[in-house]
Design a protein. Structure first.
Length: 151
């Protein structure tokens, strides 16, 4: 089951970590789970502690973000004119200790920051293959969010 967070259409779904003597198994996603909108591609992205990547907004892609290593703060900003959460922000930290899947629908802005002592890694299970023509980008200062006070 998924939990709706403060932004319309954003879900936070707890995931299982299965302890195995030879190494844990970290669940990702099943096609019958809330948040699954088809499969386009899966990719990993790394980020160093303190660095911020963003802002991006996908026109078509649904993101399913999982952090299997390290800790990452995700910030979502909703400027969709017809959304009940227009003008709202959502911030969530994902890590091995808070092992969940963050589902981000199209048309909301996403930024993220490495907050682990070294390198963190995320997995995105994307609904469509990467298409540079369906994504918009803004510089980090173009959407106002105080990354320092949110630590």
């Amino acid at each position: 089951m998924g939990e709706v967070v403060e932004i319309d259409g954003v879900l936070l779904t707890p995931l299982r970590i299965i302890s195995v003597r030879d190494g844990d198994v970290l669940h990702g996603m099943k096609r019958n789970e809330l948040g699954y909108c088809g499969f386009g591609e899966a990719y990993f992205s790394k980020i160093q502690s303190g660095l911020i990547k963003g802002w991006k907004r996908h026109r078509e892609m649904t993101l399913n973000l999982i952090v299997p290593s390290g800790a990452i703060r995700f910030v979502i900003y909703d400027d969709r004119p017809d959304s009940s959460t227009n003008g709202g922000y959502c911030s969530v930290i994902l890590s091995n200790g808070n092992y969940q899947r963050l589902t981000v629908p199209p048309l909301v802005w996403l930024g993220f920051q490495g907050i682990h002592g070294g390198e963190s890694m995320l997995l995105n299970i994307a609904s469509i293959p990467h298409d540079p023509g369906e994504v918009e980008k803004r510089e980090i200062h173009e959407i106002k969010f105080n990354w320092e006070s949110s630590k």
